[in-house]
Design a protein around this ligand. Structure first.
Ligand code: ZN
Length: 113
């Protein structure tokens, strides 16, 4: 049900943006999902398609881009992108890391009419 709450937020966000731009229709929604957000792109896509009918996104296509996890090492200060779910600094091997991005969902782009 996590995904359902997210698409409903997403629809709201789309409506707000459309109103700002005097758009009546949204054709494409592009979002980024952090690999650490716990959101399943597949479920999010289904939820979007299942509930878009009564929203401004009724004809919109959802494009999901997975976002890599960027960390900053507390030991050596290096910023790196983690490609695997291994929480070690690639530079020095420390596991004292701060996640800089990859935890959230971001709206990247809307195509409106
Ligand atoms: Zn390090």
């Amino acid at each position: 049900m996590h995904e359902l709450a997210i698409v409903q937020d997403l629809f709201k966000l789309c409506e707000t943006n459309a109103m700002k731009h005097n758009a009546t229709k949204i054709n494409k929604v592009e979002i980024e999902i952090g690999r650490l957000s716990g959101v399943e792109a597949h479920y999010l896509q289904s939820a979007f398609d299942a509930f878009k009918a009564d929203t401004i996104c009724s004809d919109a296509k959802l494009i999901i881009h997975p976002k890599d996890i960027t960390i900053k090492c507390n030991e050596c200060g290096a910023q790196s992108v983690l490609l695997e779910n291994e929480f070690l600094c690639p530079k020095c091997g420390s596991n004292s890391l701060d996640v800089i991005s990859g935890e959230d969902m971001y709206l990247m782009r809307l195509e409106m009419e």
